[in-house]
Design a protein around this ligand. Structure first.
Ligand code: ADP
Ligand code: ASP
Ligand code: MG
Length: 418
C-alpha cells in the first residue's frame, strides 16, 4: 500500500464526462488499496473566464476580491469530483483550502504556501476516504482566500504530497509525460522516462508550462517523487508509465546514452527594450535597472554594447510582455537622469532555450545552437546562459522553425514510424 497524491489539470476536468473518467481512474488506484488525496484544477478555460470578469468589473480590481473570484473554479470541480466518486461507491469528501487549512503568505494572486495542517486530512485518508482538494488556493493569516499564481495547482499538489509524506505525486495532464520539447510544436518530440529536478526546474522557468516552476522547486527541496502522465490513456499496470522527475543520482550511470541536451523550451511572454546612447560611465546601468527593480519588474536577458568610438553605449534587455508598457513609462520619466537618446521596443520576440545537465562537462553546446540558427538565417537578438542552459532571443515568427531545427541538430528527434 502506498500514499499517493493525484493531481488533475484543467483539460482533464473539463466537463462531466471527463470528471467521470478522472473518478474512474481514482477508483482504480483506491481499489489497489492505496491512500489517496486528489488535487484538482478548474475546468479548462474557466480561470481565464473568471479573470476576464474581474477586469470587466474594474481594471484596477482589488486583489483580495480577485482571489475570491478566481479561486471559485477549483471549488466547483472539487465538489463535482467528490460527488461523482460517491456515486461510484467510493468514499470521498472535498476539503477547501481554508478547511485544512493551507496557510499561505500575504500576497494576493501570487501567494506562497507556508504550512499545511495535515491532522484531519491524514485521518480521513487513513480511514479510506479520498480527500479531494481544490488546487490553486490557500488561506491568509486574516482568514481570506488567496491564490498561488497561474498554473498553481501543480504547486498545491506537490505541497500536499510533501506535507502528508506521500510516496508519489502523480500530475495527470493532457500529454503522457515530459517531452524533449512541447509535442504540440514539434511532432518528432520524444517522451523522456526521467528528467532531473534541476533540468525540469530550468525547463519550466524558461517556458515549459507542463509544470509550474515553483512546484518543481518545492519537489526538489522536499524530495517529492513527481510523475507527469496522461489522464486520457487507459490506466496501466505499470506504476510509472509517464515521466519521473528524479535526483541526478538516479540518472547518472544508468543512462550512458543520454543526450547532451535534455529539452528545448519556448517563452513567448517576453518583450525586448533597447535603450540607445546611454552615457558609458559608472552608475548608468544602475540608473536603468534600479527603478525597474523597485517596480518589481523582472529583467531577464541583458546585453550592453559599448562603443569604442563614442562615450556611449546601447543597453538591450527583456522584461515580461505584460510589464512592457510600465517599463517604458518608468524609463521615459527618468530620461534626463539616465541620459539616453531613445527607447526601441519589440514585443514580437520569443526566447528559445536548450537545457541539459550534460552541458556542465561538454563544450560546444552554444556554438551548435548559433551555427544551426545561422544556417537557417535566423537572427539572434540576445543571448543568456546558465550552467545548464543557453537561451537566445529571436523573432517570434521564427520560433517553430528554430525549435524544429535545434531539435534535430541536438539529436533529439524521435524515430519516425516507417
Ligand atoms: P494542465 O491543465 O494539466 O495543468 P498545462 O496546459 O498546464 O496542463 O500543461 C500541459 C501542456 O504543456 C501540454 O499540453 C503541452 O502543450 C505543454 N508543454 C510545454 N512543454 C512541454 C514539454 N516539454 N513536454 C510536455 N508538454 C509540454
Ligand atoms: N486554474 C488555475 C489556472 O488556470 C490553476 C491551475 O490550473 O493550475 O491557472
Ligand atoms: Mg498546468
Amino acid at each position: 500500500m502506498a500514499r499517493i497524491v493525484m493531481k488533475f489539470g484543467g483539460t482533464s476536468m473539463a466537463g462531466m464526462e471527463r470528471i467521470r473518467n478522472v473518478a474512474a481512474r481514482v477508483k482504480h488506484v483506491v481499489d489497489q488499496g492505496h491512500e489517496v488525496a486528489v488535487v484538482v484544477s478548474a475546468m479548462a478555460g474557466e480561470t481565464d473566464r473568471l479573470v476576464g470578469f474581474c477586469k470587466e468589473a474594474s481594471p484596477l480590481y482589488d486583489p483580495a476580491e480577485y482571489d475570491v473570484v478566481v479561486a471559485s473554479g477549483e471549488q466547483v470541480t472539487s465538489g463535482l469530483l467528490a460527488m461523482t466518486l460517491k456515486a461510484m461507491g467510493v468514499d470521498a469528501r472535498s476539503w477547501l483550502g481554508w478547511q485544512l487549512p493551507i496557510r499561505s503568505s500575504e500576497a494576493h494572486s501570487k501567494a506562497r504556501i507556508d504550512t499545511i495542517e495535515t491532522g484531519a486530512l491524514l485521518a480521513a485518508m487513513q480511514s479510506g476516504q479520498v480527500a479531494v482538494i481544490p488546487g490553486f488556493q490557500g488561506q491568509m493569516e486574516d482568514g481570506r482566500v488567496s491564490t498561488l499564481g497561474r498554473g498553481g495547482s501543480d504547486t498545491s499538489a506537490v505541497a500536499i504530497a510533501a506535507a502528508v509524506k506521500a510516496d508519489r505525486c502523480d500530475i495527470y495532464t493532457d500529454v503522457d509525460g515530459v517531452y524533449t520539447t512541447d509535442p504540440r510544436i514539434v511532432s518528432r518530440a520524444r517522451k523522456l522516462d526521467k528528467v532531473t529536478y534541476e533540468e525540469m526546474l530550468e525547463l519550466a522557468s524558461v517556458g515549459s508550462k507542463v509544470l509550474q516552476t515553483r512546484s518543481v522547486a518545492l519537489a526538489m527541496k522536499e524530495k517529492v517523487r513527481v510523475q507527469v502522465l496522461s489522464s486520457f490513456d487507459e490506466p496501466s499496470n505499470d506504476d510509472e508509465p509517464g515521466t519521473m522527475i528524479v535526483g541526478e543520482e538516479e540518472i547518472e550511470g544508468s543512462d550512458m546514452e543520454r543526450q547532451l541536451i535534455t529539452g528545448i523550451a519556448v517563452d513567448k511572454n517576453e518583450a525586448k527594450v533597447i535603450v540607445t546612447r546611454v552615457p558609458d560611465k559608472p552608475g548608468a546601468v544602475a540608473s536603468i535597472f534600479g527603478p525597474l527593480a523597485d517596480a518589481s519588474i523582472n529583467v531577464d536577458m541583458i546585453i550592453q554594447n559599448d562603443s569604442k568610438d563614442t562615450a556611449e553605449t546601447d543597453v538591450t534587455f527583456t522584461v515580461p510582455r505584460a510589464d512592457l508598457a510600465r517599463s517604458v513609462d518608468i524609463l521615459e520619466s527618468r530620461k534626463a537622469e539616465i541620459g539616453f537618446n531613445r527607447l526601441i521596443t519589440d514585443a514580437e520576440v520569443s526566447k528559445v532555450s536548450v537545457v541539459g545537465v550534460g552541458m556542465r562537462s561538454h563544450a560546444g553546446v552554444a556554438a551548435t545552437m548559433f551555427k544551426t540558427l545561422a544556417e537557417r538565417g535566423i537572427n539572434i537578438e540576445a543571448i543568456s546562459t546558465s550552467e545548464i542552459k543557453v537561451s537566445v532571443l529571436i523573432d517570434e515568427d521564427e520560433t517553430e522553425l528554430a525549435v524544429r531545427v535545434l531539435h534535430t541538430a541536438y539529436g533529439l528527434d524521435a524515430e519516425q514510424a516507417a
